[in-house]
Design a protein. Structure first.
Length: 188
């Protein structure tokens, strides 16, 4: 995603054509983020529009010396998390695990995933329970720490670790159901 400084400057001036061009340039990237955090394409589109509105209304806060892609990623993820918090549905389904043992932080990427299509991986992640899905996305894909996840979702760090471990185990089982020959790779 390459966005020229002139487009950003024009968007700050509320130039409609520039705003449309920025939307066009960012759409695919932002949609991929939204699809990781939502249950369906319609909800993802709704979230994308909410996030893009926040991007436009806060564009004057963007500092040109930082990566625009990283900045819009942060705004979009924060929008998705804010909306998730508003729903508060997850509170009923959160399992609080205070004394969960610290898991290995430097776990290697499961090489079985390399052999799978991105759509297959996304489909499997979407089958995880909502909180586990959010924790997995935030930790494994967006690079949040357990401390940050705990603060954002209103859970403890131990609970965040539990959800990450649960997600990994559940994904491993689903991968093995798809292709049992990956057993040796998946348990690696």
């Amino acid at each position: 995603m390459k966005v020229e400084t002139e487009i950003i400057t024009a968007c700050i001036r509320k130039d409609g054509k520039a705003e449309f061009e920025l939307y066009r340039l960012c759409y695919s990237y932002l949609m991929s983020i939204c699809l990781r955090y939502t249950n369906n394409r319609e909800e993802a589109k709704e979230m994308l529009n909410m996030g893009f509105f926040k991007i436009l209304t806060n564009l004057e806060k963007y500092q040109l010396e930082t990566s625009f892609k990283a900045w819009v990623n942060k705004v979009m993820v924060n929008t998705l998390i804010d909306e998730y918090r508003k729903k508060k549905v997850h509170k009923e389904h959160v399992q609080y695990v205070e004394d969960y043992e610290k898991i290995e932080e430097d776990t290697q990427v499961n090489s079985a995933l390399v052999k799978m299509d991105v759509e297959q991986i996304h489909t499997l992640i979407m089958k995880l329970p909502p909180v586990s899905q959010k924790v997995f996305n935030m930790y494994a894909i967006d690079g949040f720490s357990h401390k940050e996840i705990a603060e954002v979702l209103g859970i403890t760090e131990g609970t965040s670790r539990w959800h990450l471990n649960f997600s990994r185990q559940k994904l491993q089982k689903m991968i093995l159901q798809i292709n049992p020959t990956l057993y040796k790779i998946a348990i690696g």
